[in-house]
Design a protein around this ligand. Structure first.
Ligand code: PXL
Length: 283
């Protein structure tokens, strides 16, 4: 049976992040994907100025009420960029209305990177987002979001595997069974992800050679590949390795193509690889 997901993120018209990557990636993976936009922006808020920003907070519950009346089963409830801290409470209400015992609640906190909150993000977002994280099955924070969610200081470098293991365990103690932390770097030449599964106690780190630069939207691209692979039946560790490999490939192609980095990464060119991997022909 075809899997069904609900993706709740903003729409940034241009710049390849949030719904404009989540929808094509999940669709390419064969997942029937419904979307609920949290805000409408002309671009993302990194490396652009003068962008528009339409708040869609008022639409969240009316949309959820109508969708809930259809009585559909969602295999995944996938949340990303929320425009305001007040939206967290509404998304929790949507979770109550639209999820059942089989729905995977997959939360990408999407409020900060490189030690700083995103441009428009109020300082109260990390504490608010913790409430949504508590109800999730899987969370996909980057290292900045992981520390901010815990109210801890961000450490850009100079940490070891034990520190990351501890962070993942402390995040899992908030509620989620599975933690995938991105932007983990134990040496200046490599970057990668940590995977932690509370019940089994499994903890793995996976790395790729590091490219220099800030790659907008790659958290969203990675999370969307990861969810696609999980819904495709891969284990958490195998799904994480696939998502890391494909995200690395998106960045490599983008750098090779010479496109300005603020326009996001060329994930479109990697979709055939995602499809092949999920068909059992790839990795
Ligand atoms: O990719 C995360 C993201 C999503 N949506 C908007 C953003 C960002 C990151 O800057 O600005 C609007």
């Amino acid at each position: 049976m075809q899997k069904r997901a609900l993706a709740i993120h903003d729409i940034s018209c241009l710049g390849r992040c949030s719904l404009t990557v989540a929808l094509p990636i999940l669709s390419a993976a064969g997942i029937n994907t419904a979307v609920v936009p949290t805000a409408l922006l002309s671009t993302h808020t990194g490396e652009f100025t003068g962008y528009t920003h339409l708040d869609l907070t008022e639409q969240l519950l009316p949309i959820a009420t109508h969708l809930a009346s259809l009585g559909l089963h969602f295999d995944a409830f996938y949340t990303g960029y929320l425009a305001f801290p007040q939206q967290v409470e509404l998304v929790l209400a949507m979770r109550q209305m639209l999820c059942d015992a089989q729905t995977q609640v997959f939360v990408d906190p999407a409020f900060a990177d490189h030690g700083r909150l995103y441009s428009l993000m109020p300082a109260t977002m990390p504490a608010q987002m913790r409430a949504l994280v508590k109800t999730a099955h899987i969370i996909v924070p980057n290292l900045t979001e992981a520390t901010f969610l815990l109210g801890e200081a961000y450490r850009p470098t100079g940490y070891d595997e034990n520190y990351i293991h501890g962070l993942a365990a402390r995040l899992s103690a908030l509620g989620p069974q599975s933690i995938v932390i991105t932007d983990v770097s134990l040496s200046e030449h490599e970057t990668g992800v940590a995977v932690y599964h509370r019940d089994s106690g499994d903890f793995q780190l996976h790395f790729k050679p590091k490219f220099q630069g800030v790659f907008h939207g790659t958290g969203d691209v990675f999370a969307s590949f990861l969810l696609s692979a999980l819904l495709g039946g891969l284990s958490l560790d195998a799904a994480t390795r696939l998502a890391l490999r494909l995200t690395h490939e998106c960045i490599r192609l983008t750098l090779e193509g010479g496109e300005p980095l603020r326009y996001g990464v060329q994930f479109e060119r990697v979709l055939p690889e995602l499809i092949a991997a999920l068909a059992g022909q790839g990795d």
